[in-house]
Every structure is written in structure tokens, then in C-alpha cells.
Design a protein around this ligand. Sequence first.
Ligand code: AP5
Ligand code: MG
Length: 217
Amino acid sequence: MANIILLGPPGAGKGTQAKRLESERRMVQLSTGDMLREAKSSGSEMGHKVAAVMARGELVTDEIVIGLIRERLTEGAEGGFIFDGFPRTLAQADALADLMDEVGQRLDAVIEMQVDDAALVVRITGRFTCGNCGAVYHDETKPTLTPGVCDVCGSGQMQRRADDNADALRTRLMEYYKKTSPLIGYYYAKGCLTSVDGLAEMDVVAASIASALDSAN
Ligand code: AP5
Ligand code: MG
């Protein structure tokens, strides 16, 4: 059992690898992006409040995302948690440390997925996901076996995200470099950072993460 953070810019492959870890290691993915999109589609007041912020590619408030994580942490996870897209600010990182203490858990590893900006644009503009189970695909690098049908659950509800366009991506990258990339130094100083080459093939990235996880245990 291990609790890990997948840290990386938009399109680094956090969601792709988190889904693999869920099925291979019975870990539980906690993606604040997915939770916020669920809140948006459920029509809740909070979802309504964050929709425009997300579509522009800006970060939502620390208070909202910390609240979402707090709720889920108390539910526990047999194989451990995968924090995907959280924390994204130093305030969120401090809050996570406090929350982990509260539930008697520790953070075992922070995995930084390194990818260059040019590759991110290609990845983001070709991405689509299954609206039913959340499986992640790409027009070129990971198409579905049957066009329009999810390989995992057979659903035909493929979706593209409102923030997967060139303008919003520029803002998302800027937010990442300004507010999230300082976390790389923060976790390095805490002695729990491992960097992996996120540009490698998905299986190779998965193997690098697996070895980081095994050595953290
Ligand atoms: P969020 O949903 O977290 O988006 P993101 O961080 O921008 O990251 P993405 O989901 O776009 O990328 P990913 O790394 O998961 O890549 P994926 O695996 O899909 O956040 C969205 C918004 O919510 C934020 O902008 C903000 O507004 C808000 N938010 C969320 N969390 C917040 C927080 N903590 N605080 C404040 N606001 C928050 O892969 C991308 C594509 O590449 C796919 O098509 C995939 O098939 C392909 N791919 C993946 N790996 C590879 C590979 N190795 N080789 C080739 N292709 C690959
Ligand atoms: Mg994601």
C-alpha cells in the first residue's frame, strides 16, 4: 500500500497512469479535476461557480479543492491513494500534509512526470475520454479499438473537455509554471521526489512509476 502524488503539467499523463495504477494495484485515484467536472455536470452550486474558471484554464480556490480531498480521504483506500492534479499550490501541499496526519496516513512518494511543452499541445488537442468510465484516449497515440466505443466499458459516450483548446491550454501552462512547479522543489527538499520521463511510451512510464513505488515501500 502506498500513497502517491502524480505531479506534472496538463497532458503529462497523470490521469492515464492513475487509471492503470487503480486497476493494477487497487489504488484509488483522487483527481480534483475529475471531481470538479463531476460537480459541474451534476449542476451543483459549487460546480456552477467553478465552470467558467476551469474553462479559462485558471486554478479554482484552494478552499474548494482541499474540501473535496478532505471528504474523500476519510473513506480510505486499500491499496493507497493516487493524488492526481492535487496539490497544485504550496497552500494545498501544506493542507494535504495536515490531512494525512489527521487520518493517520503518510505520503510515500511524489512522482514528477516530465514532458516538454510542444508534446503537451499535441497530447491535449488529441485527447478524448469515455464519459461513462473515464478511460483516456488519444486520436493518434491511443485510439479506441472500435471507433467511438470505449475499450474498457463499451460505452459510446466519448467526450472532449471544454478546456482542451489552445487558449485555455496557454493559461493552464502558465498556472502550472507559476503556482504548481514550485512544488517540485518543495518535495525534493522533503526527500520524497522521483522524476520520470513522461515523454516515453505509456508502458515505459508505467514501469518507471512502478519501480518508484516499489522502492518507496
Ligand atoms: P485537471 O483535470 O487536473 O487537468 P490538468 O492538470 O490540466 O491535466 P490533464 O488532465 O489535462 O492531463 P493529464 O496529466 O491527466 O494527462 P492525460 O493522462 O489525460 O484539471 C483541470 C482544471 O481543474 C484545472 O485547470 C483547474 O481549473 C481545476 N483544478 C483541478 N485540480 C485543481 C487544484 N488542485 N487546484 C485548483 N484548481 C484545480 O493524458 C493526456 C493525453 O496524452 C491523452 O490523450 C493520453 O492518451 C495521452 N498520453 C498520456 N500518456 C502518454 C504517453 N506516455 N505517450 C503518448 N501519449 C500519452
Ligand atoms: Mg487528468
